[in-house]
Design a protein around this ligand. Structure first.
Ligand code: ZN
Ligand code: ZN
Length: 360
């Protein structure tokens, strides 16, 4: 009888939890806040692993004004279903789940096209327009279509890399760049997203993958993950190096994984005739488009907000060990130490940080 009674003891509808809360640019804190509860179609997940994204640093700087005072940050994570609301059928209490960074209703015109990023009642809302995953508990709307059930044995830190960075690197970089067998691929930016593009580009057997970054340590990591060449340079110097490596031909695919004008310029400088520029970076400033050069070069330029439509495929590869997301995890902290984790991730070069994981 006690066994039956015990799970009912924590009273639903009350209680508080610890969470990383945005207050103002430059001001985030670990606060005590009310625990969320599940309404119709929703689930509450007890977070066991979450992580900090480059986007969170942009929010902290004040680059994302739609994030307002009191918002719990975080859009990546893995946890255990704690509570489900009416109508949820595909997950149940106690299931281990992956939380997608993109919330999708599954039924609106955009979702039906597979463009979950533009879902009329979702998209990127977690840790942005609704409270996010850097907390003990998170409420997930449209739980049936925004969560992925995981085997109980799945490595949580590895799986958390599939909330955002792997689908982003793959969909926005590799798929949009149409990487094909034998292609020469260049990836500008060897941060977590660039490295996720590096790992997933190898599904298609390109002949060369050139990684471009000013950070020596990141290039070493890239080499260990399959980059065939590395270029430790920026700007014109990087363009010259890639053009020399390709004997003046340029690359078939140039993947932009930073999000500033200078790295976009490198992509424009190295893309060869018939090539593709696949932009992944989040751009806050306009760039100069060199149509005076590119108009006659049969170039394709793509942009995309990750849709996470490839998450089921990436999950299969990660669970089988063919894809090894854990290689990007460099630091682990307890959820309570979120401020320390933000400091570490914010000084990524000095700390040699790639993905920084927070554990509950
Ligand atoms: Zn992210
Ligand atoms: Zn939708």
């Amino acid at each position: 009888m006690t066994a039956l009674a015990a799970p009912l003891l924590p009273s639903l509808g009350t209680g508080t939890m610890r969470a990383t809360v945005f207050h103002a640019p430059g001001d985030i804190r670990v606060d005590e806040v009310p625990r969320p509860h599940a309404g119709p179609g929703e689930a509450v997940i007890r977070i066991t692993t979450t992580t900090i994204c480059g986007t969170d640093l942009h929010i902290l700087k004040g680059d994302v004004p739609t994030v307002t005072d009191g918002r719990i940050l975080g859009h990546e994570g893995v946890g255990i279903v704690e509570e489900i609301g009416p109508g949820v059928t595909r997950v149940k209490k106690g299931d281990k789940v992956l939380i997608s960074c993109i919330t999708s209703c599954g039924t609106c015109p955009f979702c039906k096209k597979g463009m979950y990023s533009h879902c009329e009642d979702g998209g990127w809302i977690l840790g942005h327009l609704i409270d996010g995953t850097q907390a003990e508990y998170v409420r997930i709307p449209h739980a049936d279509t925004s969560l992925y059930a995981l085997p109980a044995s799945a490595d949580e830190a590895a799986m958390a890399m599939l909330s955002d960075i792997f689908p982003t690197g793959f969909e926005c970089g590799v798929l949009n760049g149409q990487v094909k067998p034998g292609d020469t691929v260049a990836i500008v930016g060897a941060g977590p997203i660039g490295l996720a593009a590096l790992l997933t580009a190898q599904f298609y057997s390109p002949s060369e993958i050139v990684m471009i970054d000013p950070d020596e340590n990141r290039l070493k990591v890239a080499q260990s993950l399959g980059a065939t060449r590395t270029v430790k340079a920026v700007g014109e110097e990087a363009v010259r190096a890639v053009m020399a490596l390709t004997h003046g031909a340029g690359v078939d695919v140039a993947i932009e994984a930073v999000g500033v004008p200078a790295t976009f310029d490198v992509c424009q400088g190295i893309v060869g005739p018939g090539g593709r520029i696949a932009n992944i970076g989040v751009h806050g400033k306009s760039v100069e488009l060199h149509l005076e050069k590119l108009w006659s070069h049969n170039i394709t330029l793509t942009t995309r907000l990750v849709d996470t439509v490839t998450t089921p495929m990436l999950l299969k590869l990660a669970l089988s060990g063919r894809l090894q997301p854990l290689k990007l995890v460099t630091h682990r902290f307890h959820l309570e130490e979120a401020m320390k984790a933000y400091d570490t991730f914010g000084s990524a070069a000095r700390e040699r940080a790639l993905k920084v994981v927070l554990e509950g």
